[in-house]
Design a protein around this ligand. Structure first.
Ligand SMILES: Cc1cc2nc3c(=O)[nH]c(=O)nc-3n(C[C@H](O)[C@H](O)[C@H](O)COP(=O)(O)OP(=O)(O)OC[C@H]3O[C@@H](n4cnc5c(N)ncnc54)[C@H](O)[C@@H]3O)c2cc1C
Length: 321
């Protein structure tokens, strides 16, 4: 049976960051697992016709020196660029957010299309079971999926957790987000940099033109709905028509070529925890983290790219095996 020092469940930014840190410290007997076909999680890009669109995170801001230093390296590597904004510049990925996640994850031992469905605590650490029937042994675990999915994994496993930890995890609330993706055969009148988030109708969070953003040959636009709006209409079959109605004054609908709707069940946390990761049993061998886990001194107070990055970084420092 395979054995790893650390298994990281979830190859989003938190998981990738933790894996990168561990490898930098010389820990190579690690495994990054994800149920998806690609690494990245909510750093997601979809190919549409001859173009592409980010449909998860669009950009990130930098409030800590730690991330700032990394970003300089990423800029030099040609992976990210400053997009727009003065106070807190928005950075975005040069080839789309998912390609950036892949660049970050290069060289990390990774297992994709593997959904972890059960954990079992034993003398040596933990046995991990996946939905496809594979299993392996690990000394420690870092769980990075959205917290409702962490709680589900605990329910499926024969593991309990201390009441105060459970209470903290249950206090984290995620909300959904609908994103309409539209292909046009004519340029839009969105601002030159392609991003609009001011004075939009109620329910619309932002509109992004990916050809103006610089990642798409074709004109592909994403319309992001707010968390409140997405919660209100979650699961309704007429969501797409409402999205189009809301955005009717902003886009060249007569020249629409195709449309798709993306639904994120767990997009961003509405209620967060003010610790960058939780050590479930206090021994550094079972850590829960991800973007909903903010450092106590976090100045933005919001779940985002940077909070996922810092959670991953802090978890790597906290893990024991
Ligand atoms: C629509 C949308 C817009 C956003 N916009 C922005 C933005 O503009 N700026 C910004 O800073 N942030 C934004 N965010 C938030 C940002 O994308 C996230 O904060 C960050 O990417 C989260 O990273 P993470 O590693 O914590 O989680 P995730 O990226 O969600 O990674 C968790 C991973 O766990 C995997 N997983 C789940 N369950 C299992 C299982 N049982 N077994 C194996 N794998 C599993 C999932 O497939 C996923 O890949 C946005 C998010 C969304 C959805």
């Amino acid at each position: 049976m395979e054995h790893y020092e650390v298994t990281i469940i979830g190859a989003g930014l938190a998981g990738i960051t933790a894996a990168r840190r561990l490898m930098k410290q010389g820990r190579t007997n690690i495994l990054l697992v994800d149920k998806g076909k690609s690494v990245g999680g909510r750093l997601a890009t979809r190919r549409i016709a001859g173009g592409r669109a980010d449909h998860g995170a669009q950009f990130f801001t930098v409030r800590t020196e730690e991330l700032g230093e990394e970003v300089q390296d990423w800029v030099e590597a040609g992976w990210v660029k400053e997009w727009f904004g003065d106070d807190h510049p928005r950075y975005t990925a040069v080839d789309g957010m998912n390609a950036f996640a892949k660049q970050l994850a290069e060289g990390i031992p990774t297992l994709l299309e593997t959904r972890v469905e059960k954990l079992l605590e034993n003398d040596g650490g933990y046995r991990v079971y996946s939905a496809d029937g594979s299993e392996w042994q690990t000394d420690s675990l870092y769980l990075t999926m959205p917290v409702p999915q962490v709680l589900e994994l605990f329910r499926n496993s024969t593991m309990s957790m201390p009441e105060p930890v459970k209470k903290q995890l249950k206090g984290i609330l995620f909300e959904p987000t609908y994103v309409g993706l539209f292909e046009f055969n004519k340029p839009t009148e969105l601002p030159e940099h392609g991003h609009l988030d001011q004075d939009l109708p109620e329910g619309v969070e932002r509109i992004v033109d990916h050809s103006k953003k610089g990642i798409s040959e074709d004109v592909i636009v994403s319309v992001y709905m707010t968390g409140d709006w997405s919660r209100k209409y979650y699961g309704e079959d007429y969501v797409m028509s409402l999205v189009k109605e809301k955005a009717e004054n902003y886009l060249p609908w007569d020249d629409l070529e195709s449309e798709q709707l993306k639904r994120w069940r767990y997009a961003q946390a509405r209620k967060v925890v003010k610790e960058s990761c939780l050590d479930v049993n206090g021994d550094g061998r079972l850590i829960v983290g991800g973007d909903a886990f903010l450092r106590p001194n976090d100045t933005a107070g919001r779940t985002r790219f940077e909070s996922a990055y810092l959670s991953g970084k802090d978890a790597a420092a906290h893990l024991r095996w």
